[in-house]
Design a binder for this molecule. Structure first.
Ligand code: ACO
Length: 375
């Protein structure tokens, strides 16, 4: 047995837990060598999804085939809608999405196979169907009928069309698309690591994604984009921002959307999205929200040296384009499923069971006492 004490890092902070060729944060966040700045400026979410799942940017004919397969896999069975109608309308959207993905696994023709091609096919089908699950639930819980997916719209335009029952404008489509690119992949974050741990036991892709959704829901991870908007709603006005944030810090409140385990000075995704927010805020009657955000960012930096993370601008960007708060974390899933799938496939291709050790801090060995002799 090794001496686990000497190797203990709470929260695994700073621990290198594996190797990956999918993304790195060293030298700026890159997906398979491409900077997120370039991808956000020049690419589309579908291209990035292809890059992550298949390993390279597609040629035109590879891309055409990919888009065709995605368009053909967007619909979900009516039985899923029927199940959704039977759920309490206050069920949590992330929990409902987790259930939906689980049900998809029962009908997937490649369920049970961890062969490389099967995992890639399943990844594409999940990518295609998750927006349908998200938007169906959003509409059903509000008493509306789901809107059928449209093959002639791209990923983001189709998602917004299924949500609202009408086509989004180009600013809304582009805002969602850029946010999905930035949410798509982030090395060994908590949900991705969860997916890899599940995959390392030879569990299949759907099982690993279900586990990852559960991990992403938490407010310290993906759930923070919804909480970040609640912060701004609570602050309410530019004039209240400075006193609100100083009071929050004085009372040791955790301010959602700030801080990050690996970014101590800047989350580059947040910088790109903040820029986006500032550009569209005047057209969206949201200038005051930008000003409130600036004041809070400045105080957080001056007092705590904590930068905003991606969830801070993502929350208000989604609000600016008219999205309901409770689908913000599900949208994170719609993007991150590409990164999760890439990591599951990478894990499967060179697997070693992930099984660390723990430092035991429980009672010393003691004698078992029969129940009737316990005080
Ligand atoms: N608000 C106030 N104080 C904070 C915050 C915050 N958002 N984040 C960190 N701190 C403080 C901690 O209280 C701690 O202070 P102390 O040294 O006085 O005790 C110090 O900063 C260091 O923080 P840790 O908790 O040790 O940092 P860790 O790496 O463990 O946590 C985490 C990172 C979980 C993201 C944390 O910053 C946090 O809870 N942030 C809010 C939730 C959030 O926005 N999550 C989204 C993450 S990004 C993503 O998932 C896309």
């Amino acid at each position: 047995m090794t001496n686990a004490t000497e190797q203990y890092y709470p929260g695994l902070e700073g621990v290198i837990a594996g190797e990956t060729g999918i993304s790195t944060i060293a030298g700026g966040l890159q997906y398979r060598g491409y900077s997120i700045q370039d991808l956000a400026a020049d690419s589309s979410f579908e291209e990035v999804a292809y890059l992550l799942i298949h390993g390279e940017l597609p040629t035109q004919s590879e891309f055409d085939g990919f888009l065709e397969r995605l368009a053909g896999a967007r619909s979900v069975r009516e039985s899923i809608h029927a199940l959704y109608r039977s759920l309490p309308s206050d069920a949590n959207a992330m929990d409902v999405l987790r259930t939906g993905v689980s049900i998809l696994s029962h009908h997937d023709p490649d369920t049970g196979s961890n062969a490389l091609d099967a995992s890639k096919r399943k990844a594409e089908r999940l990518l295609a169907a998750i927006p349908t699950l998200i938007t169906s639930w959003s509409r059903i819980k509000a008493g509306n009928e789901p809107v059928a997916p449209r093959a002639n719209l791209d990923f983001s335009a189709n998602l917004l069309n299924m949500l609202h029952g009408s086509e989004a404008d180009e600013v809304e489509r582009n805002a969602l698309d850029v946010s999905l690119i930035l949410y798509a992949e982030h090395e060994y974050n908590a949900s991705t690591f969860t997916a890899r741990v599940a995959a390392s036991t030879l569990a299949d892709l759907h099982g690993a994604v279900v586990a990852a959704i559960a991990a992403l829901k938490g407010p310290l991870h993906g759930g923070a984009n919804e909480r970040a908007v609640e912060v701004l709603e609570e602050v309410g006005s530019r004039d209240n921002a400075e006193s609100w944030i100083r009071n929050a810090l004085a009372t040791k409140r955790l301010v959602m959307g700030f801080g990050h385990r690996v970014y101590k000075d800047e989350d580059p995704r947040a910088t790109i999205l903040k820029d986006f927010c500032m550009r569209i805020a005047p057209q969206r009657d949201a200038t005051e929200w930008e000003e409130m955000s600036d004041i809070i960012e400045k105080v957080m930096w001056d007092e705590k040296h904590l930068p905003p993370n991606m969830d801070w601008p993502a929350g208000r960007l989604y609000r600016m384009i008219g999205l309901e708060t409770e689908i913000y974390t599900p949208l994170f899933v719609a993007a991150r499923v590409t990164g999760w799938a890439a990591h599951v496939i990478e894990q499967q291709s060179a697997n070693r069971l992930i099984r660390p050790r723990a430092n035991y801090v429980g009672p010393e060995p003691r004698a078992y006492a029969a129940i009737d002799s316990r005080g």
